[in-house]
Structures are given as C-alpha cells and as structure tokens.
Design a protein around this ligand. Structure first.
Ligand code: KIV
Length: 269
C-alpha cells in the first residue's frame, strides 16, 4: 500500500472559516521562486490571469489562454508547500456553459494540482459555481471590477460610485455565496459598498482596490514590489525592485565593458 502524503497546505475550509476573523493575506504569483518567498506569509496565492499583462506584455487579460494558466499554475505549485494555490480560469474557458467550465476547471486542477479555481462574474455565474462546487471544484468568485469584462465596462473603472448601482453588486455577492463559492474577490469598489458586501455575506471578501473593510486583501506581487511599468493608484508600493534590477544590470554592464568581470570565480559549483 502506498504511503499517503500528509496534507500540509492551508485548505479551502480554513480560508472560508476566516470570515470576520484574522485578515486573510494573499498575493498573486506566477513563478516558482517568487512563489516560494510569498508562501512564507500568504494564506493563499493566486495564479492570476493578470500574468498576461504582467509577465507577457498583453494589454488586457482577455487574450490569456488556458495552457498558459496551467503552465504558470504548475510552477507555483512546485515552488510552494504551505499556501492554498488558486488558479484563475481565463476568459473564454468557463462562460459558455457549466459543462465547459467543469471540463476546464478539472483540467486546471489535475494538471497543476492547485486547490481551487477563480472565475469572474456575480449572479450570472451562480449556476456554474453551483455546478462546479457540487462536483468537487472549490470556487473563488470575483465581483465588482472584473477585468475580463473590461471591454464591456469601458476600461478598468471603479465600481459603485453611484449608490443606485450598489444593490446589483450586493446581489452578485449574495448569489455567488449562495451558489457555494468559498470566498469572493471584490475588486475596485468604493469603500461603503465594500463594507455592505462584506456584511451581507457569510464567506470572506478579499479586497483589491476596495479598502481595508474586506476580510482579506490581495495585490499583484509585481505591483507592490515596484516592478510593474504601470501600477494602479490604490496600490501601496513596498519595494523598489524595478530600480534595483536596473542598478544591478547597469553595474554588470559596466564590469563587462571595463573587463572587470570576475573571471576566476566564473565556474559552476
Ligand atoms: O488576475 C489577477 O491577478 C486577479 C487579482 C487582481 C485579483 O484577478
């Protein structure tokens, strides 16, 4: 009989149980070695489809293919051992029908070994979320500003500036919670709406550009490290990695050009 590997990662029920408790810490990651660092502090790591923009220079997430998500998902699972890994379902891989969503979610889970998937959309995705969760796929929902719909929304715009739109956002939150989502990302909404959404549902809200009122927070790692060419206004930048990389690359170029490059130590160990 084979020995069962002990489950050490943070689980979906553990994240769900954090509603109203200790704030949930989360970051995106797309890469094994940075994920290993993030793994030391994050409760869950999202392999977000923002990787299309951050890693591959696309101008939106719409062009991200399923295979790319799986490739980066595998790398992040390989690099980590503690955090729950959530992989985004990219645009076009789940909207058409619950069956299609299940087929692609199962492919993501089998091929990456991640613990959950995330998909965008509120009430309109409730039937699909129920279909997936009833069949063993844990789903994190994503409401408010949903970047995959940026063409319909007319860009990346803060949601809920007009109070008359709040009921629809709250209905979205209730619909995904009732359908079985274990948590919901609330992106780019005004603070009073984030407060109302968080109070209206019994699953954790994970804010991004939605104030500190949520049950947890997520940021794109490269944004908070100062590595993205463009960073949304709400992001606090905790590092200056872009500047550090430029300094290091310039120092290297100077040494190469002046033949001061350290030759003797230049062997593989
Ligand atoms: O794709 C992504 O990185 C995301 C986060 C911004 C929540 O969905």
């Amino acid at each position: 009989m084979s020995k069962q590997t002990q489950i050490r990662r943070i689980t979906v029920p553990q994240i769900a149980a954090r509603k109203g408790g200790d704030p949930i810490v989360s970051l995106t990651s797309y890469h094994a070695h940075t994920a290993a660092i993030v793994d030391k502090v994050a409760d869950f790591i999202l392999v977000g489809d923002s990787l299309g923009m951050v890693m591959h220079g696309m101008n939106s997430t719409v062009g991200v293919p399923l295979d790319l998500m799986i490739m980066h998902g595998r790398a992040v699972v390989r690099g980590t051992e503690r955090a729950l890994i959530v992989v985004d379902m990219p645009f076009g891989s789940y909207e058409e029908s619950p069956n299609m969503a299940f087929r692609n979610a199962a492919k993501i889970m089998k091929e990456t070994q991640c613990g959950a998937v995330k998909l965008e959309g509120g009430a309109r995705m409730a039937e699909t979320i129920r279909f997936l969760t009833e069949r063993g796929v844990p789903v994190m929902a994503h409401i408010g500003l949903t970047p995959q719909s940026s063409h319909v929304m007319g860009g990346f715009k803060t949601q809920g500036r007009e109070e008359e739109t709040w009921d629809a956002h709250i209905a979205d939150a209730k619909a995904v919670a009732e359908a079985g989502a274990f948590a919901v990302v609330v992106e780019g909404v005004v603070e009073p709406l984030a407060v109302k959404i968080t109070r209206a549902i019994d699953i954790p809200t994970i804010g991004i550009g939605a104030s500190a009122a949520c049950d947890g927070q997520i940021l794109v790692l490269e944004d908070m490290l100062g590595l993205s060419p463009w960073t949304p206004k709400f992001v606090k930048v905790y590092g200056r990695l872009g500047d550090m990389i430029e300094d290091a690359v310039r120092a290297y170029a100077d040494e190469v050009k002046s033949r001061a490059f350290p030759g003797e130590d230049h062997v593989y160990r």
